[in-house]
Design a binder for this molecule. Structure first.
Ligand SMILES: [Zn+2]
Length: 59
């Protein structure tokens, strides 16, 4: 889950991609757009494995 730093909404990466229509042309886009307020977040690098929990992905 991704948390918007602006409005605090939690959403999935899929939600973000569907909200960001421009970036559907660029699959390499690293920005995530909040479906609620439209605020664009940058994906953080996957360094923090310490916080990683066993989360099942819904796909
Ligand atoms: Zn937001």
């Amino acid at each position: 889950m991704i948390k918007c730093s602006l409005c605090g909404l939690q959403f999935t990466e899929e939600d973000a991609h569907s909200a960001c229509t421009k970036c559907s042309f660029f699959k390499g886009c690293k920005l995530i757009k909040c479906p609620n307020c439209g605020f664009e977040l940058a994906l953080e690098p996957k360094r923090n494995k310490k916080l990683k929990k066993k989360n099942r992905r819904k796909q």
